[in-house]
Design a protein around this ligand. Structure first.
Ligand SMILES: Nc1ncnc2c1ncn2[C@@H]1O[C@H](COP(=O)(O)OP(=O)(O)OP(=O)(O)O)[C@@H](O)[C@H]1O
Ligand SMILES: O=P(O)(O)OC[C@H]1O[C@H](OP(=O)(O)OP(=O)(O)O)[C@H](O)[C@@H]1O
Ligand SMILES: O=C(O)c1cccnc1
Length: 482
């Protein structure tokens, strides 16, 4: 099989196939089950995360099927799966239901982001890929969101492809960054696949490949007069790079065009940008923007701004696309209920670490928003069904770890966050366009207090369990401990 095969059905851990096989052998493959995906800890010490990955998950689930090559590969395995099992896989399609947050939703630790209801057979298979897509894209969207917060309206370019963990990460990472508010990407494939604006300057090699920097700039401007950004740090930024860029700007003016920008890629970016700005302004070129790149992240951008750097556009690569300070999000996919004796029974996973004890039951998530201010004040997790749905009447919000601490809220709306994506195998959700997702994310952010969004030591946003959910969890803990 070619490594370029588009079939992602075997993009799963072998243990999923082994469990599917064991269920099939035991006659339990069709038992209904409920799984929920969530993460336990916000990344980067941030106050929120940005949910992303749904589009990829939807495409993956729609295309799930075991082809001849996949079946032949399974037949060779040391487990010696029976041929009848492989026949069963040949018929496989995802016929379950899935509920998920919309991409761009501001989300928090411990909140179900995706709920899958299907046979144990089909729900188990998808765990690995679903987490793979959700964890990476949510991580990068969250990292990008931190950068967007500090850039404070400046233009942000995603430059990470060369340092990304391979090709898929580059394009889906570029998309995640765009959802969170980046303005463009250097990756042309992300441009063609998703319609993200593609932007680019030129590399040092362009300058090195000419006899002089001045000649390199002129040749570049002659070739692409409508979009000229010149990289000015190959030899000496202030002594030759910026002066040569100014000469090129003069020539462009003679052609009725303008120099768009210069790019700084090394040295003291605060100092160089201030001095370059002075030179450009003195030459009557206040419209020429300054782009900076060089291993930037949110902390550096914040610092450079504090130093008074005159940078208009930030090119951010490695630190963003690899989420360098925390390269993975620990999202998990846990069984929360299974069908027994004609009904769903809740199940729990215990742990010595209270954070790792799962919350049982089929659950919905509501965002409790103040009706006067529109601001989000808490997320509320309740068992599925009308009975537990907050209806606008007085609602008790208590701390799940310290339930004697509580308050009541009135005057709120409870916005359901989990949308039905697949209903018994049928896609019932219309995937929004990327610009709609980006806009939706912005609206989401606007409904949170700045204290939750700050980069350093953000305020904790409360997550509450309904009384029934909490009680069910306590009962199951007690039952298992006894
Ligand atoms: N004024 C500044 N304050 C804090 N950090 C800065 C400042 N200017 C640049 N940096 C950052 O310091 C790091 C190292 O910069 P340095 O000047 O050593 O790079 P360089 O060696 O000139 O670049 P290169 O290796 O690409 O030629 C980079 O991440 C850069 O973004
Ligand atoms: O620094 P990043 O945030 O990853 O942004 C992408 C970097 O890629 C290019 O550098 P290049 O590949 O030439 O390597 P360099 O780091 O030696 O400049 C570009 O000049 C940026 O510096
Ligand atoms: O267009 C650029 O300047 C660019 C693109 C990718 C990586 N570094 C820079």
């Amino acid at each position: 099989m070619s490594v370029n095969s588009a079939n992602l059905t075997l993009h799963t851990d072998k243990y999923q196939i082994n469990m599917m096989y064991a269920h099939w052998k035991n006659g339990t493959a069709d038992t209904p089950a409920v799984f929920e995906a969530y993460f336990r800890k916000l990344p980067f010490g941030n106050g929120y995360a940005v949910f992303a990955g749904l589009e990829r998950i939807v495409k993956y689930m729609e295309e799930l099927c075991f082809g001849e090559e996949e079946l032949a590969f399974l037949a060779e395995q040391e487990e010696r799966y029976e041929p009848a099992f492989l026949e069963r896989l040949r018929q496989f399609r995802f016929n379950g239901s899935m509920y998920a947050m919309e991409e761009g939703t501001v989300v928090f630790a411990g909140v179900p982001l995706i709920r899958v209801e299907g046979t144990i057979f089909e729900s188990q298979l998808i765990e690995t890929a679903l987490l793979n897509f959700m964890n990476y894209q949510t991580l990068i969207a969250t990292k990008a969101s931190r950068i967007v917060q500090v850039a404070d309206g400046d233009t942000l370019l995603e430059f990470g492809t060369r340092r990304a963990q391979e090709a898929d990460a580059a394009v889906w990472g570029a998309r995640a960054a765009y959802i969170a508010g980046f303005h463009a990407t250097s990756n042309m494939r992300a441009g063609i696949l998703f319609g993200i604006p593609a932007k680019g300057t030129h590399a040092h090699s362009w300058v090195q490949g000419h006899d002089t920097e001045e000649e390199a700039f002129m040749k570049y401007a002659e070739a692409l007069p409508d979009q000229v950004t010149l990289l000015v740090d190959t030899y000496d930024t202030l002594e030759s790079g910026v002066p040569n860029a100014i000469k090129t700007a003069r020539w462009l003016e003679s052609q009725g065009k303008q120099l768009s920008a210069i790019r700084l890629d090394s040295g003291d970016l605060a100092l160089l940008s201030k001095e370059a700005r002075k030179q450009l302004d003195a030459a009557g070129l206040p419209h020429v923007k300054i782009v900076a790149s060089n291993d930037l992240d949110e902390t550096l951008i914040f610092n450079l701004k504090a130093q008074g750097a005159r940078i208009d556009t930030w090119g951010v690569g490695t630190q963003l696309i690899t989420a360098a300070d925390q390269p993975s999000l620990g999202g998990v996919y846990k069984l929360t209920a299974r069908w027994k004796d004609g009904r769903y029974v809740p199940v729990i996973k215990l742990s010595a670490n209270p954070e790792k004890v799962t919350t049982p039951g089929r659950k919905d998530v509501f965002r409790i928003r103040n009706l006067n201010t529109g601001l989000a004040r808490a997320d509320y997790i309740a068992l599925c069904g009308e009975e537990e749905k907050p209806d606008g009447s007085r609602l008790k919000l208590f701390d799940p770890l310290h339930p004697y601490i509580y308050k009541y809220v009135n005057n709120y709306e409870a916005v359901p966050l989990l949308k039905c994506i697949f209903d018994k195998g049928r896609l019932v959700y219309e995937l929004p366009s990327l610009s709609q997702i980006r806009q939706f994310h912005q609206e989401q952010l606007n409904s949170f207090l700045p204290e939750v969004k700050r980069k350093l030591n953000p305020e904790f946003y409360p997550i509450h369990l309904s009384e029934k959910t909490w009680q069910m969890k306590m009962d199951l803990i007690q039952q298992h401990q006894e």
